[in-house]
Every structure is written in C-alpha cells, then in structure tokens.
Write a protein that binds this ligand. Sequence first.
Ligand code: KG4
Ligand code: ZN
Length: 334
Amino acid sequence: MNDVYILAIESSCDETSMAIVKNGREVISMCVNTQMKTHALYGGVVPEIASRMHTENITRVLDEVLKNSNLKMDKISAIAVTYAPGLLGSLLVGVECAKVLSLVHNKPLIAVNHLAGHIYANNIDNKMSFPLLALVVSGGHTDLILMKGDYDFQVVGKTLDDAIGECYDKVARVLGVSYPGGPNVEKLALAGAYNYKLPKMMVDDSLNLSFSGLKSAVINLVHNEKQRGNDINKGDLAYCFQYEAIDEIERKVRLALVKYDVKELVVAGGVSANSYLREKMKKVANDYHIKISIPDFKYCTDNAAMIGAAAYPLYLKNEFSDLDLNAKSQLDLY
Ligand code: KG4
Ligand code: ZN
C-alpha cells in the first residue's frame, strides 16, 4: 500500500494546531499555536476569544505545517479534524477549515473524537498492544477505558463528578497561581511536603473516581485559614492535593489491572504531562509486568499529531465524513 499522509487539524480549546502524520505513526511536521498567554490574563479560557484567535491563526498554521513538511497538498491522502468534544466556536473553526480543504483539494474528510486523539497519541513512534487499559486524564475527562482493538472503547470506570485536570485548575486558582493550573500546581508541589491532612476519596472498590470532595476540602481549608488570619503554605497544600488525587488514580488503576488482563497501560490527556503521575504509572505497570506508554510531553496536551494518529485507523476502514459534518461540544467516545 502507498504511504498515507494525513493532514490533521485540532482547534477544540485554546491551541490551533495542524500536523502531517505518515501512516498514523510518523509525525512529518507539526505546528501548535497556543493562546495560553492571552487566556492567562482572564484566569482561564474565554471561549469567544478562543474562536476569534483560531480564525486569525489557522491559515498561518496551515502555511507553516506545509512549509515544514516539504510536501504539497497533492501528496496529502486525507484531511482529519477534531469535531467533538470541546468549545463549540473553537471546534467550528477547525471543522470549516477542514471542509474547505477537503472540497478544494478533493480529499476525503475524517472526523476525529478529541479523546480518541489523546489515546492514539500513544501510537506515535510506537504501537499500542491490545488488549490495553487506557487512563484518560484531561481537563474534561478522567476515564478508565478497556480497548481490545482499534476503536473498541469500553469504559470501565470514570469520574462521577469533576475531571482531574479541572481540579488542578480550581486548586491553582484558590492558591492564587496563574492559568494553566496543572503545570503550576505541579511546580508548587515540588517544594512541598505532606503537612496537610486531606480526605481520602471513594474508599470503595469500584473503578469509578471522584474528585469534588478533595477539591472542596482544599478550597475550604484555604478559606478557613484566611478567616483565621493564617498563612497557607502553598507548596505543602499543592503537594498534599496532588498526592491524594494521584493516589486515588493509582489505586483505581491497580484495581482495574487486577480485574482485566491487559498487555499494556496507556496514559493519555493533558494531565499525563504530570511527572508525578508518569512516575507512579510506570511503577504500577512494572508491578504488573505489563508495557507502559505515556506520550512524549509535546503530544500530551492538545496537538494535531494525535488527531492524525487517531484518523489513520478510520482512513484504513474508509470511514469518511460528508461535507455537512458539524461540530459537537459534547460527545461520548463510547
Ligand atoms: O488534554 P488537555 O490539554 O485538554 C483537554 O482536552 O481537556 O488537558 C488540559 C488539562 C488542564 O486541566 C491542565 O491544567 C492539565 O491538563 N495539565 C496538567 C499538567 N499539564 C496540563 N495537570 C497536572 N500537571 C501537569 N503537568
Ligand atoms: Zn485535550
């Protein structure tokens, strides 16, 4: 079979990204234009601003990704785009761009679920081994997914309330550190120690998770100390939050690995950039004698290479979309 070059577009939140991915695994070029500095001024992503900025940036990103690849559009086999879930106005910019490229250059269009993208980031420069257990930890999701083959997603556990990334962001806000919260809380925690007692979550044996109790405990602790006129040791509190949150994830991953016989543990989503979580998951996989895959840092947070990787199995199955493809702000993968 001829080599397949997929031009992929990701614009579901505050990154405008395009990539050209060969045969679902090899990233020929990737461009990520982040709006992080702008949204940091507001303490979080402002949807209206995000979509405007995608509109301003997207053609420049296209020029750059093609230039860096040394490929012309005629070499491209298909156009892939994130169509769900995410911020609607942001998704629409990517979807419209993909439809125009598909129409003008007469290329098939592939609609990709953002979460499939995060999981398939583990196929870049690598090959996922089925059956596998995927831990998806992002700003909107915390899921345990059993995969017995390509695009065979069986959710076996999920958060019953907040996503882990969302909690990192809220804890960051209450500790007064800037957006994006996750990496900044992680940095604070490096200088901290176990000096605050926070509640354990979901002390059951199900594979579901819950983070809202932990989040509320951190927020209440900060407010109570402020009311008493006491200072908070931000490093210690960040450390204790991270310790408890990731301890909970670790416990549930271990339970899932007892229940399901898998060859590999894959970690996916923005929070997989967290070094503490990465180390813990490596240890877990080692204890169960299974493979571990965690994407390279640049493929952990939102990027188009993962969309190109996730589009490849759909390309092989001729699962193409029509030009009436629309964006969806919410959509389950499973
Ligand atoms: O996957 P992602 O880029 O976007 C979504 O699809 O949601 O994930 C973003 C989330 C944010 O909540 C961010 O704070 C968190 O990932 N995050 C981290 C780290 N880097 C990003 N959380 C903890 N530690 C990090 N190093
Ligand atoms: Zn994401």
